[in-house]
Design a protein around this ligand. Structure first.
Ligand code: GLN
Length: 191
């Protein structure tokens, strides 16, 4: 199995480390040709405005969008979730628009723009998962066909899945817990 990590900006290195710990080949993607032969792709956290601009500049926007519509597995974390969404407020460029959610960028506000909390994610096991939120988006509207995997106490969805697309508002790559990445690899395997 070979997983690509979009390495234009943001926390891509941390995802490679997680994948290597799981015994999976991880490769950085900067150019469209580097998408060839991949079994899945991770879009990391970072600055969604910057990543979306670079995706267009490097000719990656359309090829990734096309693959997503053909059930190519993609996992987006934080800014990656924003980029997968159908709609994102305050994003000067179009997101990929492939995942049936609407997100509000930086919606946890300044005071609480970074926090950690224990999350319950039944799909990956009973034990709680360390949720690291860094200027995370809030998921508003969720379309039918999108499964909510995890919600904050107030009910805000923070992890969702739609066919082969997985997205979370938190940063599993900044923890020691490999379970969320392992869950994505399982989705990749179940082709
Ligand atoms: N606030 C960033 C954005 O809107 C996302 C932050 C992150 O990926 N940690 O793009």
């Amino acid at each position: 199995m070979k997983i690509g990590i979009l390495a234009l900006q943001g926390a891509f290195l941390e995802h490679s480390i997680m994948l290597r710990r799981l015994g999976v080949q991880a490769t950085e993607v900067h150019l469209p040709s580097e998408l060839n032969g991949l079994d899945g792709l991770i879009i990391p956290g970072g600055e969604s405005t910057t990543i979306s601009r670079l995706m267009i500049d490097y000719g990656l926007h359309q090829p990734i969008k096309k693959r997503a519509s053909r059930d190519f597995p993609i996992f987006g974390t934080c800014a990656g979730m924003i980029l997968l969404a159908k709609k994102a407020n305050d994003l000067p460029l179009e997101p990929l628009g492939v995942l049936g959610i609407e997100v509000q960028r930086n919606a946890f506000g300044r005071q609480k723009d970074s926090f950690e909390t224990s999350l319950s994610i039944p799909a990956i096991g009973e034990e709680t998962f360390p949720g690291v939120f860094i200027r995370a988006p809030i998921v508003g509207k969720v379309e039918p066909g999108v499964t909510i995997l995890c919600q904050l106490n107030g009910g805000t969805p923070v992890a969702v899945k739609q066919k082969k697309l997985l997205a979370c508002a938190f940063h599993p790559e900044l923890t020691d817990d490999l379970r969320f990445h392992a869950y994505f690899l399982q989705m990749v395997e179940e082709k």
